[in-house]
Design a protein around this ligand. Structure first.
Ligand code: UD1
Ligand code: UDP
Length: 402
């Protein structure tokens, strides 16, 4: 029996690791699996844990409001040491590019079990690269550091596998699995599509959230919030990248305001990330715009439902860039670079940075030019077939049995 510790800390890691947790828990004759959350996020993490019914065995509970990178790194390094000493895992699985990922990989590299054996690190969503450590910051560096420390690399696509081979990683340590975000997406979509009762509940929750917020905004906005989620034409927005703080977010807000004012017949729905560096400019600058609906971060199923009903998406999120192509939704990405070139190549994703003119110009194009819209809204699945978690589990099972 091999001991596996699955570690994550933020909302997207939790969404993308939930299918992995389930796959390993279902293989209890081979793996003794435990879950450790760093809780780099708190409320946004707990929303996902609750939805996927995951009860962590260890909770480091490190989040502080307005935390910086030193806070997160040092608190994880010091706190996870005790977990490694207590559980003595054979394998630690981490995900993606967060500071939780990087610090956990480093702690696992430092740790030696009482038997003298080393802890092997498996990196889920490995090999994505922009080759610019300042974009996205600090995620590109987090991913490269984790890649150096990892023993197994679960690459979502051939492009990410090639990045790893070019860095000299052993080809037997890499497997292309697809991205586990597609496993989670299909799980959520199937649940919603096969249950009218669940769909009704989601719509009701969304309506309440939109109305509650609109009421806080103004009487006008409250009237406007009576729009039907199912029949309205709306743009869905998310944003949280550290490199966009300050001027970047001021530009994003300015652009959204311009789009909203020029198109009074459309709505913009924006679930605002809880980071104070995001909340402050967004609520200060956009609260009073009547067709912009600022709401709290949504539960994953609610968000997927809205993505599916949206006209197009404006975001700087990594995960959303991966989910949208499967739903056939055009995405304008508010970043200068992306480590996810697959959808960019297929033409369904466009990089617009945080340039006001570009965000407005491409939004107007999607709203007014049917041909351009059709070109960008072709459904395709560059990020996997929904079986990534299974492939990760099967690969490690084979490794430990040989
Ligand atoms: C982190 C990751 C980023 C990932 C993102 C996903 C790092 C350095 N950044 O960025 O790669 O794309 O998560 O969303 O690892 N907060 C709450 N409650 C929550 C979550 C956040 O109040 O549930 C607030 C807190 O004030 C917290 C702040 O947001 O201090 C920032 O959280 P943090 O994890 O440091 O940064 P993110 O921007 O969320
Ligand atoms: N998401 C969510 N609720 C929201 C906004 C996003 O559940 O209100 C999901 C989204 O579907 C995707 C993930 O969160 O799976 C993306 O998280 P985020 O953008 O915070 O992080 P990133 O992917 O950029 O690391």
């Amino acid at each position: 029996m091999k001991k596996v510790l699955i570690v994550f800390g933020t909302r997207p890691e939790a969404i993308k690791m939930a299918p992995v947790v389930k796959a390993f828990q279902n293989e209890s004759s081979t793996f003794d699996t435990k879950v450790c959350v760093t809780a780099q996020h708190r409320e946004m993490l707990d929303q996902v844990l609750e939805l996927f019914e995951i009860k962590p065995d260890f909770d480091l509970d490190i989040m502080k409001s307005g935390q910086d990178l030193y806070d997160i790194t040092s608190r994880i390094l010091l706190n996870i040491r005790d977990v490694l000493i207590e559980f003595e895992p054979d394998i630690v699985l981490v995900h993606g590019d967060t500071t939780t990922t990087m610090a956990t990989s480093l702690a696992s590299f430092y740790h030696i079990n009482s038997s003298g054996s080393r802890v092997l690190v498996g990196h889920v969503e490995a090999g994505l690269r922009t080759h610019n450590i300042y974009s996205p910051w600090p995620e590109e560096a987090n991913r490269q550091i984790t890649g150096i420390l990892a023993n197994y690399h679960f690459a979502p696509t051939d492009i990410s596998k090639n990045n790893l081979l070019q860095e000299g990683k052993d080809k037997n340590s890499i497997i292309v699995t697809g991205n586990t975000v597609i496993d989670a997406l299909y799980l959520a979509l199937n649940k919603i599509k096969n249950s009218k009762e669940l769909e009704d509940r989601i719509v009701k929750r969304l309506k309440t959230k939109l109305q509650k917020n609109a009421f806080k905004q103004s009487e006008n906005a409250y009237q406007n919030s009576q729009f039907s989620i199912i029949n309205s034409k709306f743009i869905l927005v998310t944003g949280h990248r550290r490199e966009n703080f300050g001027e970047g977010f001021l530009n994003i807000c300015e652009a959204l305001k311009e789009i909203a004012l020029e198109n009074s017949d459309i709505d913009i729905i924006y679930p605002v990330h809880l980071n104070p560096n995001v909340q402050k400019p967004v609520y200060e600058l956009l609260s009073e715009v009547k067709n912009i609906h600022l709401i709290e971060p949504l539960q994953y199923e609610e968000f997927i439902y809205l993505m599916d009903k949206s006209y197009f998406i404006i975001t700087d999120s990594g995960g959303v860039q991966e989910e949208a192509p499967s739903l056939g939704k055009p995405v304008l990405v508010m970043r200068d670079t992306t480590e996810r070139p697959e959808a960019l190549k297929a033409g369904t994703v466009k990089l617009v940075g945080t340039d006001i003119n570009k965000i407005v110009k491409y939004s107007q194009l999607l709203l007014n030019n049917k041909e351009e819209y059709e070109l960008m809204s072709k459904a395709h699945n560059p990020y996997g077939d929904g079986k990534a978690a299974q492939k990760i589990k099967d690969f490690l099972k084979l490794k430990v049995e040989n």
